[in-house]
Write a protein that binds this ligand. Structure first.
Ligand SMILES: NC(=O)c1ccc[n+]([C@@H]2O[C@H](COP(=O)([O-])OP(=O)(O)OC[C@H]3O[C@@H](n4cnc5c(N)ncnc54)[C@H](OP(=O)(O)O)[C@@H]3O)[C@@H](O)[C@H]2O)c1
Length: 356
């Protein structure tokens, strides 16, 4: 009897990657993952245990050490692999010292992963986790009006506009490099590429290491700001996002396609604050609900570098379409935005990742 396919998940210590691994095990795949530091392996195993993955499956998890900035490890990581889900990419909560600190690992690391997959001769498809960051930035102001048409997969972030922040740049350049690599260096190979472009991912963390997207919820719960800026995020639950990755991995129609990944819709930060207040009771006592005017946030950004990260998003409600994923992948979100936010907050308080 032939064994179930082996799937590689790059960056297994990440918030989304853990849920992808959980769903792969639940669907009977064999799983290998990469980590930068082997000390992270125990954390990954604890998270899998938290998600009720069996001890037998947890001990079957294969781990290879590989850094996106180095060649070492990637050939070993793809050996005997059928599908390669490339999630690893720097996603920091702070501004980097230099944008290349994000761009180099994101772009060059993606090429390392694709080259290793192509050279392996066994990997049939790479599913790359890009982002809405590679879709919805650097556009003219009219694109952000409430009556503008929603963003679709044909839209690309325009990095030459001059106001695209470093993380958004890193994701755009990495995805562009991936498609170019497929076009120029994979003509005679059986390797295929599909790309997922998620909006902000919320939902339950499986351990204390909550990742950057949940940090925003943590900051609210800790009351680290006197108010909330006029920011609006498209939201998808991490479990729905992982589900889309698995569908894009095997659906023949996903080849050469990118898929926007958004669930029910978007929430303003003020709405997120109100949801936390309503659902978490005393644990949300420090959550601010005063809305900060844009001029104040712009002023703060002069002194607070981290505030500069959000300036391009102030006041914008970017509508995003999930029609393509529904039609081609048969995907449907299961968790509302509110459920995703509450699950994030509940899990990070449970694991003690925030001081409330
Ligand atoms: N969370 C969101 O809202 C969101 C939205 C859209 C797209 N995405 C994308 O989804 C993917 C996963 O995001 P996430 O939220 O799960 O982020 P995360 O929790 O911060 O995970 C990022 C992963 O990338 C790894 N990584 C970073 N730099 C690396 C390097 N130089 N070499 C090897 N591995 C490296 C990290 O490893 P360490 O543990 O060693 O740091 C970690 O495993 C990323 O590609 C991100 O851009 C996330």
């Amino acid at each position: 009897m032939s064994e179930n396919p082996l799937v590689l998940v790059t960056g297994g210590s990440g918030f989304l990657a853990i849920w992808v691994i959980v769903q792969l095990f639940n669907q009977g795949y064999r799983v290998r993952t990469t980590v930068r530091k082997l000390t992270r392996v125990n954390d990954i195993k604890k998270c899998l245990c938290e998600a009720n993955i069996t001890e037998e499956q947890i001990s079957s998890l294969e781990v290879v050490q590989a850094d996106l900035l180095k060649d070492a490890g990637w050939a070993e990581a793809v050996k005997d692999v059928t599908y390669d889900l490339h999630l690893a990419s720097p996603f920091p909560a702070e501004l980097p010292k230099h944008e290349d600190d994000l761009i180099n690992p994101a772009r060059d690391g993606t090429i390392r992963v694709l080259r290793a997959a192509r050279n392996s001769g066994c990997v049939t498809r790479v599913v790359m986790t890009s982002s809405f960051a590679a879709v919805g930035y650097g556009h003219p102001e009219e694109r952000f009006k409430p009556d503008a048409s929603p963003f679709i997969e044909k839209d690309w972030t325009n990095i030459s506009s001059g106001n695209v922040p470093p993380y958004q740049k890193s994701k755009t350049l990495a995805e562009l490099a991936a498609w170019e690599f497929m076009e120029t260096e994979c003509m005679d190979s059986k390797l295929e590429l599909a790309v997922i472009n998620p909006v902000s991912i919320y939902g339950p963390a499986l351990g204390k290491d909550d990742g950057t997207s949940l940090r925003a919820i943590g900051e609210l719960l800790e009351g680290n700001s006197p108010g909330v800026p006029k920011l609006c995020w498209g939201i998808v639950d991490v479990r729905d996002c992982a589900d889309m990755h698995l569908r894009a991995m095997t659906n023949p129609r996903a080849k050469d396609e990118r898929f926007l990944c958004i669930g029910e819709g978007s929430l303003w930060m003020e709405e997120i604050s109100n949801i936390l207040k309503k659902s978490l009771g005393s644990k949300a006592k420090k959550v601010p609900t005063t809305v900060l005017p844009n001029f104040l946030v712009r002023g703060l950004a002069v002194f607070l570098p981290v505030a500069r990260l959000i300036l391009t998003d102030l006041g914008h409600n970017k509508r995003v379409s999930n029609t393509k994923a529904k039609e081609i992948l048969g995907w449907q979100w299961k968790y509302t935005s509110e459920q995703a936010v509450v699950a994030s907050a509940t899990s990070i308080t449970k694991f003690g990742a925030v001081k409330v």
